[in-house]
Design a binder for this molecule. Structure first.
Ligand code: MRU
Length: 335
């Protein structure tokens, strides 16, 4: 099995997700600048994977700083690499919380240990969520998913795709439909790659075909991941998730979000407060560097959208499945 993220001999090694599925190449980060580049350019992507990579980024930030103020400034630059996935901010805060200007020296070992803890914890959390999520799946279910939420988007196993893995390996005889996920094609390039590697029966579809697929009765349940979840359950995830949830509601198909507690931002009362990342319009006007639309046309390219809480049947976390009313139950379950 491949490793999406590895820290070895003081180097953060990332499977370069920009090149998959055609080329399996690793990107080596020797310093903070390379970690920030990897996150913003999407060498590594997916909220938990970004969080785990950022943890090692904080270690580089520390090694490259001669005082506390410099260190904090570098950590801020790291947090700003991508705005929507809260796991980035969460990881940086967890790494830096015990450090201040008075105790700044000799923290390298502690930061390395903390980063390894975040890394290893992610795998355990995903396996726990997979078990809870699998309880929602019946034998023979046909599952629709969006974007990539697998071993590539996390340290290993995945969130929504982790649930799908678990269902497959527990003999549920599932079938998976994967949205291609325009414009970066995480579904086509990454989820399809993981599904094929695992031998999970599956099919790829253009995002726009999910409506007719659901209408045909071919989908029993939907699982997606999340980049930030507000206190009322509103969920930011890859662009197109919101459309999917609306159509699912129309056809009475249960729509589940799978995300670790680190993806919740309880300071945000609703999804309206979540900052949505807008990426370069060339992502939609070109494919692999080839122009597919007139250069002159303007492009609308939000990388995420927010699915309203009333469209969500439940949120699978490592602490259990959270059901509506979310404002009440998120606090109860996450504490
Ligand atoms: O822009 P990306 O590829 O980083 O977006 C990823 C997603 O939206 C995932 O669905 C989300 O991070 C959950 S990953 C386990």
């Amino acid at each position: 099995m491949f490793k999406s993220i590895e820290f070895k001999d003081d180097v953060l090694i990332l499977l370069d997700q920009r090149k998959l599925p055609n080329v399996e190449e690793y990107f080596h980060c020797h310093n903070l600048e390379q970690v920030i580049y990897s996150i913003s350019d999407m060498v590594v992507r997916g909220a938990p994977a970004i969080g785990a990579s950022a943890a090692f980024g904080v270690l580089f930030a520390y090694k490259e700083s001669s005082n506390y103020d410099q260190f904090i400034k570098k950590c801020e630059d790291l947090v700003n690499a991508r705005p929507t996935a809260v796991n980035l901010k969460w990881a940086v805060e967890r790494m830096t919380v015990g450090i201040n200007s008075d105790n700044f020296i000799d923290k390298e070992d502690l930061l390395l240990q903390l980063a390894i803890e975040i890394y290893e914890e992610d795998i355990k959390i995903n396996k726990t969520m997979a078990k809870y999520g699998n309880e929602l799946i019946k034998k023979g279910d046909k599952i629709l998913t969006h974007c990539n939420t697998g071993a590539l988007a996390t340290v290993d196993y995945g969130t929504a795709l982790g649930v799908i893995r678990e269902a497959h390996f527990s003999g549920k005889e599932i079938f998976v439909y994967a949205d291609e996920t325009r414009p970066r094609l995480q579904g086509a390039r990454l989820t399809a790659w993981e599904l094929i590697k695992e031998g999970i029966p599956s099919m790829l579809l253009p995002d726009g075909a999910s409506g007719i697929l659901m209408e045909s009765g071919e989908v029993n349940i939907i699982f997606v991941g999340a980049d930030r979840i507000a206190l009322n359950g509103d969920t930011a995830n890859k662009i197109g998730t919101f459309n999917l949830a609306i159509v699912a509601k129309y056809f009475n198909i249960p729509f589940y979000v799978v995300a670790p507690s680190s993806t919740f931002d309880l300071k945000m009362n609703s999804g309206k407060m979540i900052e949505i990342e807008f990426r370069n319009e060339d992502e939609i006007k070109t494919i692999e560097g080839i122009q597919i639309a007139p250069k002159e046309i303007r492009g609308f390219n939000p990388s995420f959208d927010v699915t309203h809480n009333e469209l969500i049947a439940g949120i699978v976390t490592e602490k259990g499945i959270i059901y509506p009313p979310f404002s009440e139950n998120i606090r109860k379950v996450l504490g």
